[in-house]
Design a protein around this ligand. Sequence first.
Ligand code: MG
Length: 383
Amino acid sequence: MNFHAVIVAGGSGSRAGPGGAKQWRDLAGKPVLRWSAEALLAAGATSLVVVIPEDARALADQALAGLPRWTTAPGGATRADSVQSGLHALKAGADEIVLVHDAARPFVAKHHLAALLDALAGADGAVPALPVADTLKRAETGDGPTVTVPRAGLWRAQTPQAFRLGALLDAYARWPADAEPTDDAAVMEAAGGRVALSAGDPMLMKLTYPEDFAMADRLAGAARTTRIGMGYDAHRWGPGASVWLCGVEIPHDHTLVGHSDADAGLHALTDALLGTLGEGDIGDHFPPTDPQWRGAPSDIFLKHAAQLIAERGGRVLNVDLTLICERPKIKPHRQAMRERLAELLGVELAQVSVKATTTEGMGYTGREEGLAAQAVAMVELPV
Ligand code: MG
């Protein structure tokens, strides 16, 4: 899918109750804003502009840490001002597609976007929408009296909404300054554009009231999937004075021999991470026939795998690694290895486990011909 995206995250969220503006609040382990940012980037957004209050840059940096291809733009006094600020910050051509999304709708999925872009193909704008199922009442006050309003032909518009950048900017330029549209499709309609509906989804719910967060917490699991990957590597011992294992150099009377720095721990873990994505193995990404990887520090292999996960909107939940050798003793270095791996992966120490075992003199590791490493990784990805 080929599109740019603007996420409007400028609200103060007064209706959502205590706990601060809703885009920064935690939803099942990460900020509300991060959910849709990850999903849009994972679906292939060429660039993402997040419109935030002037003083919220640090909050955005924290909420979107590690994600690629995003920048911020300053929010305005109204939602319409904020949207236009985001549109002007995009580096995109007039005919390119832009999705405008509200940060308060966390659960965007690829299939929503595919349907939306299909709908845009024959129109000036496209909006995910659900038919109104409840009977509608009009009342001046909360205790009535009521009048029943026909619901035939009524739809609930959601976001993201899709447009061509130039056409949406033109429509906003013609929108009266003293009127406040409640969505971008209204602006396109007012300019005479044809807006098409695509299939809406209850998962595109908007977090508005405090009770919405409880509902979203229950839905969060349906918006993410978990994947497991495994990796295995072995290298031969040769003459040397130190060995690299899990990104840590350990003094030893031998070293591991290989094309790179032969860090079997990092190689096994890199393969485990690539395995979560179905992205082949380390040799596919860094061919041993390529001279540029000769003697290379294996940090770059692991960082590459972690970057691929981040680009898919994923995050590492935990990794677990076992080194298999008679010598050197791993235990004195285990904490340093965990710290280094946590740093390379951008995760907490508690998410990284390093273990070691011998094979009691049996096999190639027991005869000290070589060292082996096994790793598993669990990763969470958008559906
Ligand atoms: Mg290797």
